[in-house]
Write a protein that binds this ligand. Structure first.
Ligand code: C5P
Length: 214
């Protein structure tokens, strides 16, 4: 199969040295890309700013902002069979970005923001027979929000994780997730390494693709 995986945060620049972002390190998305490549799939990895090496055999494209990521997803969508949206896309960006560093004396204590495009919503009409997987990072029980996002975003699988625990979510090497499929039973996995979680997700994608062709 051909997998398109997004990973890491996006950065929304206010000027060349300041930005809005989040705590995503890209570990989960890079584990997914690595695992899919090891299993023989063709993998394109769209990566926000992270400090991780490219897994062997993976074609990597670096992006910065949510809009960069949207353009990269749009450009690579036709050539994929499954999209795994693991990136933690910033919801908002500064309304104005300056090409030159802003002087403190010229800045106001409040920041005007505007919403970023929702990537999954924007490309939804181009889904066709592709498998779409999304992630939801929540503090507390992630399942209710996960179910809502699965439906709202028209996904085949939503991977929900509670990021309030130190052994799961941002920056950890382990993760505790619930797989919420559109069809079928939810499955809460035990604490696993991100590579093991990635294997379960890639196996789910493979199984779903096989079922579609029969
Ligand atoms: O941020 P949120 O919890 O809504 O993210 C849920 C899913 O939607 C994730 O898979 C994320 O990559 C995706 N997303 C997106 N475009 C955004 C925000 C999130 O496609 N602007």
């Amino acid at each position: 199969m051909r997998l398109l995986v997004t990973a890491g945060p996006t950065r929304e620049h206010l000027d060349p040295v300041r930005f809005l972002s989040n705590r995503s390190t890209g570990k989960m998305g890079f584990a997914l890309a690595q695992c899919a490549a090891v299993r023989g799939h063709t993998v394109t990895l769209l990566a926000g700013p992270v400090a991780l090496p490219t897994p062997p055999g993976v074609q990597r494209v670096d992006v910065v902002s949510a809009r960069d990521l949207l353009f990269a997803v749009e450009a690579n969508l036709d050539a994929c069979d499954a999209l795994v949206m693991c990136a933690a896309v910033a919801d908002w960006r500064p309304k104005q970005a300056s090409a030159a560093k802003l002087k403190k004396r010229d800045m106001s204590p409040s920041l005007a923001l505007e919403p970023n495009p929702d990537i999954l919503a924007t490309i939804r009409s181009r889904k066709g027979g592709r498998i779409f997987v999304g992630f939801a990072a929540e503090t507390g029980d992630p399942r209710p929000e996960g179910r809502r996002k699965l439906a709202d975003k028209g996904l085949d699988l939503l991977v929900a994780n509670d990021v309030s625990q130190p052994d799961a979510g941002f920056a950890a090497d382990t993760n505790r997730v619930t797989l919420i499929p559109r069809n079928g039973a939810e499955e809460t996995l035990p604490l696993l390494s991100k590579l093991e979680v990635a294997e379960r997700i890639v196996a789910w994608v493979e199984k779903t693709a096989r079922a579609q062709t029969h």
